[in-house]
Design a binder for this molecule. Sequence first.
Ligand code: ZN
Length: 99
Amino acid sequence: MKHEGAVRRFGPRYGLRVKKRLSKIEAMKKAEKECPFCGYKAVKWLAVGIWYCKKCKRKFTGKAYTIVKKPKVIEKPSEEEQESKEVKAESNQAAQEAA
Ligand SMILES: [Zn+2]
């Protein structure tokens, strides 16, 4: 049996145990993960312990290579909401000036 996928690039170097562990970690990083906030499988591994959901645009903490059930949100997608409010306020002002 050959070692497939992620660890193959290492060839015959390094120990078997190291390669096994690494392939497990890479598989965990690549596996589809359900977002604990919106339920979509759109969670992306950003860095060790940091995850990002492409669907609800939340950045949250987790374990090093896997997410947890009750993660802590680092970043919420509030920029877009604020932007649309600003645009509304501006258009209101423009309407008042025109009147
Ligand atoms: Zn989400």
